[in-house]
Write a protein that binds this ligand. Structure first.
Ligand code: XMP
Length: 523
């Protein structure tokens, strides 16, 4: 669903670890951009994409290596501004007649560095060097360096290891930076992108209100008068997708909410009430707890649990979706990070840590076409769109919840008794977090019930009940995470409340493992 009504910026990816951050910074400036791997960017691609400006990302290769990544040379004659970052800078200098040298100890720079301005000023650095220190902190990560700049370029900033830290050919609006303005450790880096896109003539027309209108128009064009089904999990992505599609095509959309009996306290009711009663969206509530819990009975291996849940989910979804006559489309809340084809230099398959639960393969099996109205958005943009659509903040700000639900928070065999205890403990824990005003500060928090009973004493009696673990992490994308540093007072108060209010738990622990080496969920 690539939209052509906005000014578009093209990011050519040469394999940097932080290319996505360039896109984030630009989106924050209300500029529409797409990341594409350099292998895909041909002359024809450039013509079709018609960018208003281009950015070359960083990358791990060396321009001096034969066969190293390059953009098509026609990019330099498009007549649009270009910004090269790190490896992208070296590519630009190399292609335009400058010279790059292999890194030596004296010139390689990794980490924090400071740029000082030259006498010449250029608009790319407007707003820099203003705090009186006469320098700006930046983040460098380069081995090779530019030894001679290309004809037409001037130097606008230097660092001890990079005499050409920032250069530009103002006439052509080609700029090249050795550092990474997109990362957090270049505190004023966003200003560089802002100056670049303003100079390129972007008006900042990429707003959520505009996106909503465009998306609705495109959904109507794609679907016509046919029918769409949408698997609703209660998570933010599928909820926003459902509300948006409903706004576009009304009752042609039916949502299927599969309740596998592994949801949190009151979760099924909340989702059903919200969509059926508040939004009037046709919703099938597939209560299949018996089926899932029956098949999971006696199973304790984590991967087996995940596979059973994944298989049943598809079966159930297919069964209900099959009842909706004439459905031709399946709506999914796929996000932009799932779509970007990043350049991989490592090659080879990565190890499967956990089989993630999704409905992959379902559209082909059922002969359905996909409607994916969030394909161009990052997670926080989905939240902004949700707000734009009037979804309540309490819903939009919810912590992520995994497809296999409480099954993976119940290590060992799953029993109804354990699930009930877990639901109650989790509700108390989340209530505590909310009461202390911490919910929005934490990325994800939950309780896991442990497959172990321990001895305790309550009143004058002996108890022999389950132990549980509290988990709370901060993360950006779930790929890495750190445990949340609660105060001891908070932990003590929460432990007391759980033990007093939840029958079946007599010991509470706090999980302080980061990811890696742990994972966020227990299974
Ligand atoms: P892990 O446990 O792999 O979790 O560190 C990372 C993030 O992903 C969520 N998660 C899942 N989400 N289906 C999902 O939709 C799954 O099968 C699944 N497994 C884990 C987890 O809650 C965390 O946010």
């Amino acid at each position: 669903m690539t939209d052509t009504s906005h000014d578009r910026l093209l990011i050519i990816d040469f394999g940097s670890q932080v290319t996505q951050l360039i896109a984030r910074r630009l989106r924050e400036l209300n500029v529409y951009c797409e990341i594409h791997p350099y292998q895909k960017v041909t002359d024809a691609f450039l013509t079709e994409f018609a960018p208003k400006a281009v950015i070359f990302s960083g990358g791990p290769d060396s321009v001096m290596r034969e066969g190293s990544p390059r953009p098509p040379q026609s990019v330099y004659t498009l007549g649009v501004p270009i910004l090269g970052i790190c490896y992208g800078q070296q590519v630009m200098m190399h292609d335009l007649g400058g010279r790059v040298e292999a890194g030596e100890h004296a010139t390689a720079e990794f980490g924090r560095a400071y740029i000082t301005p030259t006498e010449d000023r250029c608009e790319l650095l407007n707003g820099w060097f203003m705090d009186g220190s006469g320098r700006e902190q930046v983040w460098m990560s380069h081995g090779d360096h530019v030894a001679e700049i290309a004809p037409g370029f001037s130097v606008y900033g230097t660092s001890p290891g990079a005499p050409f830290a920032i250069t530009g050919d103002v006439k052509r609006q080609f700029y090249a930076a050795q550092f990474h303005p997109e990362v957090h450790h270049t505190p004023n880096g966003k200003t560089v992108y802002e100056n670049f896109v303003r100079a390129a003539g972007f008006t900042g027309d990429w707003t959520m209100a505009a996106y909503r209108e465009d998306a609705i128009r495109l959904i109507r064009e794609q679907v016509g008068d046919r029918k769409v089904i949408c698997g609703l999990s209660g998570g933010v992505d599928s909820s926003v997708a459902a509300v948006l599609i409903h706004e576009a095509i009304g009752d042609q959309l039916t949502c299927v909410f599969v309740d596998h009996g592994l949801l949190r306290m009151n979760e099924a009711d909340e989702v059903v009430t919200m969509f059926r009663d508040n939004y009037n969206i046709p919703l099938i509530h597939a209560d299949e707890a018996e089926l899932f819990l029956g098949e999971l009975d006696g199973v304790s291996d984590p991967e087996t649990k995940r596979k059973i849940i994944g298989r049943l989910f598809i079966d159930v979804f297919q069964k209900y979706a099959g009842e909706i006559e004439g459905a031709e489309f399946l709506a999914q809340g796929t996000l932009y990070p799932d779509v970007i084809e990043s350049v991989s230099f490592s090659g080879g398959p990565s190890v499967t840590i956990k089989s993630h639960h999704n409905v992959g393969g379902l559209p082909e099996k059922m002969g359905l076409k996909l409607v994916e109205p969030l394909r161009e958005l990052f997670k926080d943009e989905v939240r902004a769109l949700g707000r734009e659509l009037g979804l309540p903040d309490s819903f939009i700000g919810r912590h992520p919840f995994p497809g296999p639900g409480l099954a993976i928070r119940c290590p060992g065999e799953i029993t109804r008794e354990k699930l009930e205890i877990l639901r109650k403990a989790d509700a108390v824990y989340i209530d505590q977090i909310r009461k202390h005003g911490l919910y929005d500060e934490i990325w994800q928090a939950f309780v896991a019930i442990l497959p172990v009973r321990t001895v305790g004493v309550m009143g004058d009696g002996r108890t022999y009940d389950f132990a549980c673990a509290l988990r709370a992490v901060n993360s950006v994308d779930g790929m890495t995470a750190d445990y949340y540093p609660f105060t001891h007072d908070f932990l003590g108060e929460t432990a007391t409340r759980i033990i007093n209010e939840v029958r079946g738990i007599n010991r509470v622990t706090y999980d302080i493992t980061s990811k890696p080496p742990g994972t966020i969920e227990w299974e």
